[in-house]
Design a protein around this ligand. Sequence first.
Ligand SMILES: [Fe+2]
Length: 312
Amino acid sequence: MRARYGVPLGIAAAGAAGLIYSAGFEARSFRLRRVTVPVLPPGVRPLRVLQVSDIHMVCGQRKKQRWLRSLAGLRPDFVINTGDNLSDPEGVPEVMDALGPLMEFPGAYVFGSNDYYGPTLRNPARYLYEKVQGRHGLNGNAPATNVVHNPWEELRDGFDAAGWLNLTNTRNSLKIDGFEIELTGLDDPHIKRDRYARVAGGPSAAADLSLGVVHAPYLRALDAFAADGYPLILAGHTHGGQLCIPFYGALVTNCDLDTERVKGLSTYTEAESGRTSYMHVSAGCGTSRYTPVRFACPPEATLLTLTTRTSA
Ligand SMILES: [Fe+2]
């Protein structure tokens, strides 16, 4: 009897322990990652950019809210929010409260699919077989039906009232200590809302630095930003793979980006032009409310210190 059931029971116990760890500990183990990116022209002081992403707020997530509020202590020069703030249609007030201290700083944002639509129950295995089939969530499927429409307009109005710049298929700019930072954003490619033609043309000569910002790092968005000559692209969406294998890494990116660049700082080269951009993909600090687990991929925000190109 013991030999017959011992192995399945052992696997079940290990699975249960992993689930308890992933949901109870790691998914709530928030941390700050720091990276340095040499993209500034000579003679400019370093700029500190805080990127927050994929908050996926569900009402009552007090620990995440306290941690987000604490990030204001970093005193960044500006904040970039790369979307997916919600996993709960009722979550807007708690997002606003959690981001309130950060909205005291200059900032800009793009939205992700989870800002527009409520979360849906999905079999996590779909991420794997959609990857095999070359399909990626809503992007590769027919338009979503029977979805819950989130009150994203309230998010937009709250961010706008705080002075954060809406980069939805839009170009805008910030001035920090007389230094002009051009920000070019796309709406979310994951649900085919990106319209690069509206923002095309590349960095303007008047800008001291130009950044491309997008929620989901689909290749068509990265190709467009890189070919146009943006030195740095910021994105989120991937959750860093969310459920990763220790010493191996991510299995999926939930888009057509390769898993080697699923999170962190990397470079991206557009094939035809040969132009290369730095790219930073945030693993984000949340999960869908229906898959509230992370493994070997803790929730994060990133403080990017932008330095001069000659100091690389
Ligand atoms: Fe997300």
